[in-house]
Design a protein around this ligand. Sequence first.
Ligand SMILES: CC(C)(COP(=O)(O)OP(=O)(O)OC[C@H]1O[C@@H](n2cnc3c(N)ncnc32)[C@H](O)[C@@H]1OP(=O)(O)O)[C@@H](O)C(=O)NCCC(=O)NCCS
Length: 176
Amino acid sequence: MESQGDGYTPVCTESAEVRSATKSDLPQVVALDIAAYGGEAYSPHVLRQLLDVHGEGVLVLEGREGFEDGDGPGALLGYVLVANSSRTQVSWVLDLVVDKRYQGLGFGRRLLSAAVRRAERDGVHAVRVTVEPGNRTAVGLYRSLDFVVEADDPDYFGPGERRLVMTRLATRYPMR
Ligand SMILES: CC(C)(COP(=O)(O)OP(=O)(O)OC[C@H]1O[C@@H](n2cnc3c(N)ncnc32)[C@H](O)[C@@H]1OP(=O)(O)O)[C@@H](O)C(=O)NCCC(=O)NCCS
């Protein structure tokens, strides 16, 4: 794909594919997490074990053609990590990240929809996530997929660490 004069490279969103994560994706997943959260990112050790524990619930978005500009085919553009509990039949979205350079193109929605579809196919009744109230993009994305605010906890992660708990009920809103 040719770069335009202003250095902007158009992206063909069709040439990115959602697939299950593998162990060899770990370095790129770690890098995506650090780029998104800095010092608050999951450590490589934790991510490694989350991959083992929730392997089925970890999806990556891999760029194919059109992502050669510095990234090369096979570059990961984002990932989502969902933990499923067969006991409670509730899943938690523990992480959702899209590379800053490729945000706003619908990739976050693709990853989240695929993860929710997979969880609901496995029989979960609800998918939950905690979101910082000021993260308008994430809140907007979750709302657009029928997540509703179930709780607003001013101290969810400790004093002053406010989070919204958003939930999507599978039975009420079958995935489109
Ligand atoms: C949240 C995140 C994954 C969204 O990824 P993305 O690829 O940019 O999202 P999409 O392009 O799929 O946008 C999907 C929807 O998000 C919402 N959205 C996007 N930008 C928004 C904004 N500035 N304000 C409000 N809503 C917005 C819209 O509903 C949008 O749908 P639309 O384009 O049909 O209007 C991405 O911003 C990210 O990685 N952020 C850093 C990590 C993070 O905060 N993760 C969430 C943890 S809970």
